[in-house]
Design a binder for this molecule. Structure first.
Ligand SMILES: [Zn+2]
Ligand SMILES: [Zn+2]
Length: 151
């Protein structure tokens, strides 16, 4: 997944996602919003620069911020109501798009996840060797650290 195109989609395929290049990083987020949004024990997310990701039709996605400040807009497909992409706009930072890793067709070509964040919110313990960050601030710091490493 160097500079070539990758395709992704929501569960029903109504929303097609075109991606250039590989993610800046990938991680597992155990926060309660990711649990709710992904209908899963945690979110497996791949983070890209916003300009690397294009949707087939923005009007087919309902974007909503689940908490304030509204820097993270999470999009659900209007047809199947499953996650499409998330838009993260942090002031002074490059605009990012988060794609649920399961939406990416070449899933096996994704890099390994770097860490677990918001691990204090976990539904179940995870038995792997990855760093596990608990607490809001340590989780945000870990996310930012991996982001800057990937940029
Ligand atoms: Zn869909
Ligand atoms: Zn989360």
């Amino acid at each position: 997944m160097t500079a070539k195109m990758t395709q992704g989609q929501c569960q029903c395929g109504q929303n097609q996602i075109s991606i250039i290049g590989k993610p800046l990083f990938r991680c597992f987020c155990h926060c309660t919003i990711c649990q709710q949004y992904n209908q899963a024990a945690y979110g497996d997310v791949s983070v890209f620069r916003a300009n690397a990701v294009q949707l087939s039709d923005n009007s087919q996605v309902n974007f909503r911020a689940y908490r304030s400040p509204k820097i993270l807009q999470r999009g659900l497909c209007q047809t199947c109501n499953t996650p499409v992409i998330e838009k993260l706009n942090v002031p002074l930072m490059p605009k990012l798009i988060i794609v649920p890793s399961a939406n990416i067709r070449q899933f096996e070509q994704l890099p390994a996840a770097s860490c677990h964040i918001f691990y204090h919110r976990r539904v179940a313990d995870i038995d792997d060797q990855l760093p596990k960050h608990s607490g809001y601030l340590p989780s945000e710091v870990a996310f930012t650290y991996h982001l800057f490493k990937g940029l």
